[in-house]
Design a protein around this ligand. Sequence first.
Ligand code: BES
Ligand code: MN
Ligand code: ZN
Length: 511
Amino acid sequence: MPISFGVTSQTIDRARADLLAVPVFADRVLGPGADVVDRALGGRLAGFMEDVGFAGKPDETLTVPTLGSTVAPAAVLVGLGEPAALTPDVLRRAAASVARRANHARSVVTSLLAAGDLAPGVAAQALAEGFVLGAYRFVEYKSDRGVSKLARVTLAGGRGAETRAGLDRGAVVAGAVSWARDMVNEPSGAKSPAEFAAAARRLLAGKGVTVTVMSEAELRAQKMGGVLGVGQGSTRPPRFVKVVYQPRGARGPGTLALVGKGVVFDSGGLSLKTASGMETMKTDMSGAAAVLAAMSALQALKVRHRVVAYAPMVENMPSGSAIRPGDVLRMRNGTTVEVLNTDAEGRLILADALALAVSQRADAIVDVATLTGACVVALGEKVAGIMGDPSPWVEQVRAAADRAGEPMWPLPLPGDYRKLLDSEVADLRNISTGGYGGALTAGLFLQSFVGDVPWAHLDIAGPARAAADDGELTRGGTGFAVRTLLELASTFEAPVRPNGRPRPRTAKRRS
Ligand code: BES
Ligand code: MN
Ligand code: ZN
């Protein structure tokens, strides 16, 4: 059940709910509203916190009975750490902890909004995201559906329309993230490319966008050699979903293109993965899920630019019809690729999608992909790699990620490494010679399909899934990058080209 959010300008002692959530700062300094809990405990809150070792650090929570209070029968104390270090990320995590702690509570009232001096809209958005994402569960296949009962969250001490708008934004963003999580968590057996495409159509109906789904025959007509090549080993044929958001009175000429890797299952193909390497490979469509989820929220967020999404969907399987190491594929833009490792499949389908975005006059591109294990080795499971060119565009994307609270770190695209992708027989090989720097050589491979269009590449192989609940993340698919893409689309500034002139609009390009 979706959570509905309310705001009241009243102080918390006038409110009534199943659960009260109040902030406590570092060293047990009571935040706004915590006095209500102290009174319910007969003034013994400080001693109690000390006895049980609750210090008020971020991510700490403590549930206490407040039976004497008229507000709620129980309260959660939420640690926020140092007041000076209070960021939207801290609030988002705090709200998620409350949602996780809420167990059977149907309604929560909280004074978290009044903690710190963030802009009310920003704080409210982070809180709404935290409540929805912390309460998220994937229970589709659980006999015992331990689903969250949380239906109503009221923010006390709310100030004006900004708070309401922030809450609405947060709920929309978190709804999109939840859809991406659902798709990632869905087992591969239940999400063939065709089924994934159909789910995208259902999501996007009535969201102010136009959806086109290319069948296998259309992929052939469109010369999508990478998508067809990777897909040819599966009995479930590939699809390619294109989504156009064209707001009325779009501001400026800028078109933002979003490209997402949609490998519904990555067995590695004939270059087969190990059994354990395959365990999480239903996650390999997280990039496509993220861009499609983002498209579903553009209208609600009143994005004023044109945004186009490209999501190639394939299943990478070994079979008598699969591509073989050594085979050569001709990509959509004519580039030929020698496939030496069929497990480096993401870049093959992205090559076609990037080339299509370029030919359809994107002014800036972001691609999102669970592309390399090497990126996980480099940055771990929580931080995405960000690469691209030119740097002001990459910086624009990275700044959006920072504001959205999704950790990303820049990796280089060394021109020197480009020769590691030289093939004996084709224009490119799909893996580098020598095994090092795999995230960078994958980035360099993609770069050869974007021409001179400003482009940023997000390698989300690590953060696309979480091994355990953590802050707003729940175990399994995380919906990583949705928040960044929505923040980016909302603030998008079309990059200026190096020559200072806008991209030519009349040049005839192959569509
Ligand atoms: N989908 C994988 C990357 C991946 C690995 C994502 C681990 C999440 C966790 C990708 O298709 C892949 O297999 N990449 C290979 C590339 C190699 C063959 C050059 C890899 O990283 O091992
Ligand atoms: Mn692979
Ligand atoms: Zn893959």
